[in-house]
Design a protein around this ligand. Structure first.
Ligand SMILES: [Zn+2]
Length: 97
């Protein structure tokens, strides 16, 4: 599990105690892509990786910056691909509501 440490007293916090998930990831809807699949525009809020937090133990206020990386890899299992297609379709339905 990843934790965030107070830089002064080293008290540990979970990511969820410091970040609101909706701010950390932002949200996107009505995404516009060109024919190559490149995103050109979307409505929503960009992710905010910066947060400020005051330690409950030593009262030190410190800044936190998240470094989020995403890696992709092709799943070779054919049956999983079928399930995955279904999930994407459901997501599209939700976005249109
Ligand atoms: Zn502290």
């Amino acid at each position: 599990m990843r934790v965030i440490e107070c830089p002064h007293c080293k008290r540990q916090y979970t990511i969820q105690e410091i970040y609101m998930p909706n701010y950390l990831l932002g949200y996107a809807k009505d995404i516009v892509r060109n024919s190559d699949g490149v995103i050109e525009a979307f409505d929503g809020v960009e992710q905010d990786l910066h947060e400020q937090f005051t330690c409950e133990e030593c009262n030190t206020t410190f800044k936190v910056k998240a470094n989020i990386e995403f890696e992709t890899e092709i799943v070779e299992d054919e049956s999983f691909n079928d399930d995955y297609s279904t999930t994407i379709y459901k997501d599209r339905i939700k976005l249109e509501e």
